[in-house]
Design a protein around this ligand. Structure first.
Ligand code: HEC
Length: 231
């Protein structure tokens, strides 16, 4: 048999293949045609912040079980410490260990020290935070005469230059974490630890009457009491 003579059956099936493969380009224009490993381009659309295991549209326990393992944006496990790319700032991500009790407040006052030095730059940074978060109650100079107090019925905070003049930095920070009584709210969710320490520096600056260092009153030696008369 000469090779030039083609088998008509092969020719027909080859033609049919060509037609078939072209047919995939027709039909529904939105169809992507045959997909190889479709899960690579059709990943499940998991919504961030949805706890799939507690789906309000809870259809069946079986479905919820499967969804409970669905990856989504989740809260970090308790005790997670955020990574700090700048190692010098890692300490600000460490947990605050003093409890919200009278003892915790007193201990913080004695032991807790501001890791941020009092410099013109840090006072300036603290001032920006103070103007945004504190001034409307505590007043520009910290005398408890902010607009919220003078315009309304809001209780007046004690003055940084009088009643709170000697409040130690640890207690200032502690009160920023937990708040103080009912009138002063916690600022832990608005200000991170570094910002709380910066604004603490500014409060101290106000305690010093708008100075970096407190002027020490000249120590006058107490005049010795008159010696008790003998006999
Ligand atoms: C809504 C008004 C308000 C705001 C805002 C506010 N405070 Fe206060 N703050 C008060 C009041 C009122 C008190 C007095 C609370 C008390 O002793 O009962 C107080 C008390 C304090 C004390 C004394 C705490 C202590 O241990 O005795 C400090 C320090 C202080 N605030 C700092 C700040 C700083 C810093 C900010 C801003 C980050 C701020 N406050 C924001 C109202 C406010």
């Amino acid at each position: 048999m000469s090779t030039s003579k083609r088998n008509p059956a092969i020719t027909i099936s080859a033609l049919a293949l060509v037609v078939l493969s072209m047919a995939s380009c027709g039909g529904d224009p939105n169809s992507p045609g045959v997909e190889y490993m479709p899960d690579m381009y059709r990943s499940p659309a998991v919504e961030a912040y949805v706890d799939y295991g507690q789906d309000p549209y809870h259809f069946s326990e079986e479905l919820a079980q499967g969804q409970r393992n669905t990856q989504s944006a989740k809260l970090p496990p308790v005790g997670t410490i955020a990574f700090a790319a700048d190692a010098s700032k890692a300490q600000f991500n460490m947990p605050y260990t003093y409890p919200n009790t009278v003892e915790g407040y007193e201990a913080a006052g004695l032991e807790l020290k501001n890791p941020i030095a009092m410099t013109e730059a840090t006072v300036e940074q603290g001032k920006v935070i103070y103007a945004k978060f504190c001034q409307h109650c505590h007043g520009e100079k910290g005398e408890g005469d902010g607009a919220v107090v003078t315009n309304g019925n809001y209780p007046q905070p004690p003055s940084y230059t009088a009643a709170l003049k000697d409040l130690p930095e640890g207690k200032i920070f502690h009160s920023l974490v937990y708040g103080k009584n009912l009138a002063m709210g916690s600022h832990a969710s608005q200000l991170n630890k570094e910002e709380r320490w910066l604004v603490t520096r500014y409060v101290q600056y106000l305690q010093n009457g708008g100075k970096m260092q407190r002027e020490m009153a000249a120590v006058v030696p107490a005049t010795p009491a008159a010696a008790p008369a003998t006999n």
